[in-house]
Design a protein around this ligand. Structure first.
Ligand SMILES: Cc1cc2nc3c(=O)[nH]c(=O)nc-3n(C[C@H](O)[C@H](O)[C@H](O)COP(=O)(O)OP(=O)(O)OC[C@H]3O[C@@H](n4cnc5c(N)ncnc54)[C@H](O)[C@@H]3O)c2cc1C
Length: 355
C-alpha cells in the first residue's frame, strides 16, 4: 500500500486550490471522481462567480482565462416572486462562466509533484492506528492508500463528513437543473421565489445560447416540485422547450452554527463538505477557495495542533455565513419579501415590472 502525508478527496474549487498551495515537502494524493472526459460527472452549478470569489482568486494572484467565461455577461438579476406577482431587477457583479471548465482550470494548476487520480471514486475510509486508509475505484480496480492527514473537499455529500460525524445534523436540499436551447427573446439571469414549491429558491441563466433552469427543493417530491414550478413559470413567459440535459445533486444550506464542521483527529473538511455555503444565495465558491487557502497555510506551517488552528482560523468565515442567516427572513419569508420588493429598496429603478 502506498503511503502519503496528505490525501485529498475531491477536486472541486476547494480540493484543487488546496493541492496547488501545499508545500512540496509533503507527499500528496488528490482523488476525484470527475475527469476531463465529456461523459464525466459535471458539478451542477449556476456557474456565477461572485465578487467574494473574485477577491479570493485575486488574493491567490490568479487571473481567470477568458475561455472560462461564457456569453453574455449579465449585470442584473431579475427577481420574480411568484407568491406576490412582483418582479424587480437588482444590480449584480457576477461573472457568468462555464463551471466545468472552471474546475478543470483550477485542477490544471496543481503542481506535477502531486499524485492526481481523476475518474476515481473514493468508496471507503477507515482509521488504523495513526493512519487513514482510503480505498478508491480505478477502472474496476480497488486501490488502497494510507495517509497521515486526510482532507474532505468532496462537497455536499462528503464521505469524510459522514465518517467523522455519523450523527451530524445539517440541512440539505436536492438541487435539480436542466439545460435548454435558449429561445427567450433576450438572454437573462433570473432568480425565482415560489413558496408553494420550495422554501429555498430557483434560478435561470443564459449561457452560450443555452438556458439553464434550476432550483433547490426539499427532499420530498423534489422532481414533482421542479416540474410544477416550470409549469408556473411558463405561464409567466418563460420558454423552456425540450430539456437537453438534466442534472441533480445535493446542496448544503446551513441554518445554525452547528452545521459548520471542520474535522478532527488530523482529518479536515473544507468547502461545501464543511457546510461553507451561503444560506441566502447558495454561493459557495468563495468559501471553498478561502477555506482551502487557510488550511494550506496551517498545514504548511507544520504547527503541532493543526485541527485546533484550522477551527480558529475559519471562525471569521463561519460568522460571516451565519450573519447571512439574519438576511434570510427578508428574502425567504413571503410577507417580508413582498414588503422589501414593493419598497423598491436597492432595485434598479425604471427596470421593474410586474409579472
Ligand atoms: C445547483 C447548484 C448551483 C450552484 N451555483 C453556484 C454559483 O452560481 N456560484 C457559486 O459560487 N456557488 C454555487 N453553488 C455552490 C457551489 O457549487 C459549491 O459551494 C462549491 O462547488 C463548493 O466547492 P467544493 O470544492 O467544496 O465542492 P464541489 O465543487 O462539490 O467539489 C467536490 C468534488 O468532490 C468530488 N467527489 C465527491 N465525492 C467523491 C468521492 N467519493 N470520491 C472522489 N471524488 C469525489 C466531486 O467529483 C467534486 O469534483 C451551487 C450549488 C449547486 C448545487
Amino acid at each position: 500500500m502506498r503511503e502519503y502525508d496528505i490525501a485529498i478527496i475531491g477536486l472541486g474549487p476547494a480540493g484543487s486550490i488546496l493541492a496547488s498551495l501545499l508545500s512540496d515537502t509533503f507527499s500528496v494524493i488528490a482523488i476525484d471522481k470527475k475527469s476531463d472526459s465529456p461523459a464525466s460527472f459535471h458539478k451542477p452549478c449556476g456557474g456565477l462567480l461572485s465578487p467574494d470569489a473574485q477577491k479570493e482568486i485575486a488574493l491567490l494572484g490568479l487571473n481567470l482565462p477568458k475561455d472560462i467565461l461564457v456569453d453574455p455577461q449579465i449585470f442584473s438579476v431579475r427577481t420574480l416572486d411568484l407568491d406576490s406577482g412582483l418582479c424587480r431587477s437588482y444590480q449584480r457583479m457576477y461573472l457568468n462562466m462555464d463551471r466545468h471548465r472552471f474546475d478543470l482550470w483550477l485542477a490544471s494548476l496543481i503542481p506535477p509533484g502531486v499524485t492526481v487520480e481523476t475518474g476515481c471514486e473514493v468508496t471507503e475510509l477507515r482509521r488504523t492506528g495513526e493512519k487513514y486508509v482510503l480505498t478508491y475505484k480505478k477502472e474496476r480496480q480497488s486501490i488502497a492508500v494510507g495517509a497521515s492527514f486526510v482532507v474532505g473537499a468532496d462537497g455536499a455529500n462528503s464521505l469524510l463528513y459522514r465518517f467523522l460525524y455519523p450523527n451530524g445534523k445539517d440541512r440539505r436540499y436536492v438541487s435539480i437543473q436542466q439545460w435548454f436551447t435558449d429561445r427567450n427573446p433576450q438572454p437573462f439571469y433570473s432568480c425565482v421565489f415560489d413558496s408553494e414549491n420550495t422554501d429555498c429558491y430557483s434560478w435561470a441563466v443564459s449561457k452560450n445560447g443555452k438556458f439553464i433552469f434550476g432550483g433547490a427543493y426539499p427532499y420530498r417530491n423534489s422532481r414533482k416540485r421542479f416540474e410544477k414550478q416550470k409549469e408556473k413559470l411558463q405561464k409567466s413567459g418563460f420558454s423552456f422547450g425540450e430539456p437537453e440535459k438534466t442534472e441533480a445533486c445535493l446542496v448544503r444550506r446551513p441554518n445554525s452554527l452547528r452545521h459548520f464542521r471542520f474535522g478532527k483527529d488530523y482529518a479536515f473538511l473544507i468547502g461545501e463538505a464543511a457546510g461553507l455555503v451561503s444560506p441566502s444565495s447558495l454561493e459557495g465558491i468563495s468559501s471553498a477557495v478561502k477555506s482551502a487557502r487557510i488550511l494550506a497555510e496551517i498545514l504548511n506551517s507544520g504547527c503541532k495542533n493543526p485541527n485546533r488552528r484550522y477551527g480558529l482560523a475559519v471562525f471569521g468565515l463561519r460568522v460571516k455565513l451565519w450573519l447571512k442567516l439574519l438576511k434570510c427572513p427578508f428574502i425567504f419569508n413571503r410577507f417580508l419579501r413582498k414588503w422589501v420588493m414593493k419598497s423598491g429598496l436597492k432595485s434598479l429603478k425604471g427596470k421593474n415590472l410586474t409579472l
